[in-house]
Design a protein around this ligand. Structure first.
Ligand code: GSH
Length: 207
C-alpha cells in the first residue's frame, strides 16, 4: 500500500492514524503542496481533484480521507468487538453504517469548514473569511462538547472511524485561533483517542 501524504494535512493524518492502529504495512510518498505536486499529471491520474490524501492498494487508488477510512476499515479492520482497540471500526448493519456516515459528513462539512479552514487561513494564508470559520468552529464545538458530555465516543459506544475522521482538525483548532480550554468533554475525548493503541501524532499534535 502507498499513501500519498502531506505532513501538515489533518486529512492525511486521519489515514496515518488508522493505518497505524490497524498495523498495516505501507509506504509513504510525500507530496509537496506548496510546490503544487498535487496538481502534476501523475498525481491527477491518481486523484482528478488534485488533493491528498490518496491511498493506492494494488491497482486501486482511493482519494478523500473519509472514503479511505471506509476502505481500510472494511477491508482490513477487525469485524470483532473485542479487538485491542475496542472493536470493529465500521459496522455492517444499516443503522450502524448511517450513524458512522453522519459523523463522516460532519468531518467533511462542519469540521472542515470551521476549525480546518481557520487553521488554513493562519497557517497557509488561505484567502477565506477567518471570523466566519472561527464562529462556525465554535458552534460545532459547542454541539460536539454537549454530545461528548453524554458519550465517550462519537458513535456506537466504541472507537470507530467516526472518531478518527473528526479528531485531527478539532484537536488542531488552536492553530486556527480557536481556544479549546472551554470544551472539557471535547478535551477528554481527545485524550481517549490519544490513548488508543497505535495512535500517532503529527506536527501540532505531539502528545
Ligand atoms: N475531502 C478531501 C479534501 C482533500 C483536501 O482538500 N486536501 C488538502 C490537504 S488537507 C489538499 O490536498 N490541498 C491542496 C489543494 O487543494 O490543492 C479529503 O477529505 O481528503
Amino acid at each position: 500500500m502507498k499513501l500519498y501524504d502531506a505532513a501538515l494535512s489533518g486529512n492525511c493524518h486521519k489515514v496515518r492514524m488508522l493505518l497505524s492502529m490497524l498495523a498495516l504495512d505501507h509506504e509513504t510518498v510525500s507530496v509537496s503542496l506548496p510546490a503544487l505536486e498535487q496538481k502534476t499529471p501523475a498525481h491527477l491520474a491518481r486523484n482528478p481533484l488534485g488533493t491528498v490524501p490518496v491511498l493506492e492498494d494494488g491497482g486501486t487508488a482511493i482519494y478523500d480521507s473519509q472514503a479511505i477510512l471506509v476502505y481500510l476499515a472494511r477491508k482490513y479492520g477487525s469485524e470483532r468487538s473485542d479487538g485491542p482497540t475496542g472493536g470493529q471500526w465500521l459496522p455492517t448493519d444499516a443503522t450502524g453504517l448511517a450513524k458512522i456516515t453522519q459523523w463522516l459528513s460532519f468531518a467533511a462539512n462542519e469540521i472542515w469548514n470551521g476549525p480546518a479552514l481557520a487553521r488554513a487561513v493562519l497557517l497557509f494564508k488561505r484567502d477565506i473569511d477567518l471570523a466566519q470559520a472561527q464562529a462556525s468552529a465554535r458552534n460545532s464545538f459547542t454541539f460536539l462538547d454537549g454530545w461528548l458530555a453524554q458519550h465517550d465516543w462519537l458513535a456506537l459506544g466504541r472507537p470507530t472511524i467516526a472518531d478518527i475522521a473528526c479528531y485531527p482538525y478539532a484537536a488542531l483548532a488552536e492553530a486556527g485561533g480557536i481556544p479549546l480550554a472551554p470544551y472539557g468533554a471535547l478535551n477528554a475525548w481527545f485524550r481517549r483517542i490519544e490513548a488508543l493503541p497505535g495512535y500517532v501524532g503529527m506536527p501540532g499534535l505531539e502528545r
